[in-house]
Structures are given as C-alpha cells and as structure tokens.
Design a protein around this ligand. Structure first.
Ligand code: PBG
Length: 325
C-alpha cells in the first residue's frame, strides 16, 4: 500500500468536534421565517388536514401562537390571510380591516421587534382563485398592478415590516416600490417572489389558503419548471425594479436555480420550502419511514449550502426547538 498515493479525506471526519470545526454551512434560528395562516372568525385553531402541525388561526387565538414563536427565538413570520368573503377583485386583500392588516396591527402591538412579512397576492381573496384581475378568461397584467400596490400600501400602513409580492405579474416590484414610496413607505423593503415556478408542490398550501384557481392553471404567470435562463431574467428584472430580497420557490427541486441566483445577484436570497415539500416529509415521518428531525435538518442545511440566506419553512418551530437542544 505504501507506494500508492491518495488523499486522506477521512482525517477530518474522525470525531464530532473535528467535524464541527470543518463544517461549512450552519443553520441558525435567525435564518427561519415562519408562515402563518390567519383566518376570520372566532376561536379557530384548526389543523390543516394536508399539513399536519400547521393551523388556521383566528385573531383571538393568534397571540398564544405568537408567544410560543417568540419564546422559541423565531425572529420573523410571514402572514397569509384566509378571508371570509371573496369577490372578483379580491377587495379584502387591500381592505383597511382585512385579516392580514388586522393581524399585523394586533401582533405588532405586543411584539414590535418581531419582523412581520406580508404576503402580497390576490389569489386567496378572489372568487376565481387567480392572482390577478380576470377578463374573458385571461389574467390581466397591468390592471392587476394597481391592486397589488394598493394591497402593499395597506399592509405597510398596518405595520408590516416587509412586503412580499408573490403573484408573478410583470412589473410588480416596480409598481409596489412606486406605491410604497408615494405613500411615504420608502424604507419598507420588498422581498420579491422573483423566481416562482408553476409547481405541484403548492397543492397542500392551496388547501390551507383556499386559493386553488377555479378554472385553468397559473402557467401564464408562474414559470415552467424546465427553465433556468428564464429564472435569471425574472430575478434580474426584479433587481432592476428595486427588490431587496429574492425568493426562489419551491426550494428543494430548484437548488440549482438558488445557486445561480446567489452567484449572480448581491442580494439576500430566500428559499421557500413549500407546502408539498413539508407534507411529504410529514407523511413519511408519520409512517416511520424517515427520521423527521434528521431529514428536515439535512434538507434545510442543503438549501443554505445552495445559497439561501433565509428559509421560509413550516418546520420553523420544530427546527428552533432542535437548535436549542
Ligand atoms: C400564491 C402563493 C402560493 C404559495 C404561497 N403564495 C402558490 C400558489 O398557490 O400558486 C405556495 C406556498 C406553499 O406551497 O407553501 N400567492
């Protein structure tokens, strides 16, 4: 054996301590953004059937949840609203007393330090379930921009710290930036869902948010999963329009895209670990087929390794607990 030469990679793997010393990627509590579904009504704390461990929460129950989140050391949440009433123009999205606006005011009054991100979209609020105004079966781009800007401004007025537009109309960052600036919210950042694929991994979320399109699909505005250059074009235009963060969504099947985006644009990159990615692990773990803690930590670490600075994940509470131990 002595005459042949080869590298001894195993030298750096001989103990836990040594492995920790050479570990290149760390997951921190500060990386986590926890998504929350706030619903209209009273005394609601109801598990979403397709997302075990995720709940619909009414405003009278939301403070208990907040206490838990803050005590766990989670610094940021993203709010999704499930309104009682829907209409063709999604009016509850930009209503001063809409569910997200009310939840934001309430949470901010008690936890001013918690960073509240408002998801800015129309699909939960429209009766047709599309993310924009419909005319003749088509989703109209430019008229939708006005409603998005209005939604963002009303969310900022309620106290949201970051606006996260997810609807994939062209020009939505420019329109929202302009709207926020005009309304005096020049210092509110935009976390753009810059690269959002038309994905089957959103299935459980649409159950949770009651936001499935009532006809057709979202392929005219969300991206084709087969495309990579298109992701770079999407990210580039959002950067030029003034985005402060870039989201890549979904995360797990798109780690190559995350790396591309991170290498090319000097902005914080956010992985959205979406509902389908969450529910698949939950289902397998409930069957005893995988070790939930190990597999979740592995997949979130992989997202960071691929270039994510932050991760929006339904696993956030569990991960915060595991990181404390
Ligand atoms: C749409 C929106 C979606 C998600 C968040 N906001 C996707 C969609 O229905 O197209 C998905 C999140 C998830 O799956 O966890 N505004």
């Amino acid at each position: 054996m002595n005459e042949i030469e080869f590298a001894r990679h195993r030298r750096l793997r001989t103990s836990d301590s040594l492995r920790a010393m050479v570990r290149e990627t760390w997951l921190r509590k500060e990386d986590l953004i926890y998504p929350l579904f706030v619903v209209e009504g009273e005394k609601i704390y109801k598990e979403v059937p397709s997302m075990p461990g995720v709940f619909h929460i009414s405003l009278d129950a939301v403070m208990d949840e907040m206490k838990e989140i803050v005590e766990l050391g989670i610094k940021s949440i993203i709010l999704f609203g499930v309104p009682a009433e829907k209409d063709p123009l999604g009016k509850q999205a930009y209503h001063d007393h809409g569910i997200v606006q009310e939840a934001t005011r309430l949470i901010k009054s008690e936890y001013p330090e918690l960073v509240i991100i408002a998801d800015t979209c129309l699909c939960q609020y429209t009766d047709h379930g599309h993310c924009g105004i419909i005319d003749n079966g088509k989703v109209l781009n430019d008229p939708t921009l006005d409603l998005l800007a209005k939604t963002a401004v009303s969310q900022a007025q309620a106290g949201a710290d970051i606006i996260a537009p997810s609807n994939m109309m062209d020009g939505f960052v420019a329109a929202i930036r302009h709207g926020l600036d005009q309304a005096g919210f020049g210092d509110i950042p935009i976390m753009s869902y810059a690269v959002k694929y038309s994905s089957s991994f959103y299935g459980p979320f649409r159950d949770a948010a009651h936001s499935s399109p009532q006809f057709g699909d979202r392929k005219t505005y969300q991206m084709d999963p087969a495309n990579r250059m298109e992701a770079l074009r999407e990210a580039e235009s959002d950067v030029n329009e003034g985005a402060d963060f870039l989201i890549v969504k979904p995360a797990l099947s798109y780690l190559d895209i995350m790396r591309d985006v991170k290498d090319r644009f000097p902005l914080p990159v956010v992985a959205y670990n979406v509902s389908g990615e969450y529910s698949m692990i939950k289902a397998a773990a409930q069957n005893g087929w995988v070790n939930e803690q190990e597999i979740v930590m592995e997949k979130l670490t992989s997202m960071k390794r691929a270039g994510a600075d932050l991760i929006i994940t339904y696993h956030a509470k569990d991960v915060a607990k595991w990181l404390s131990n």
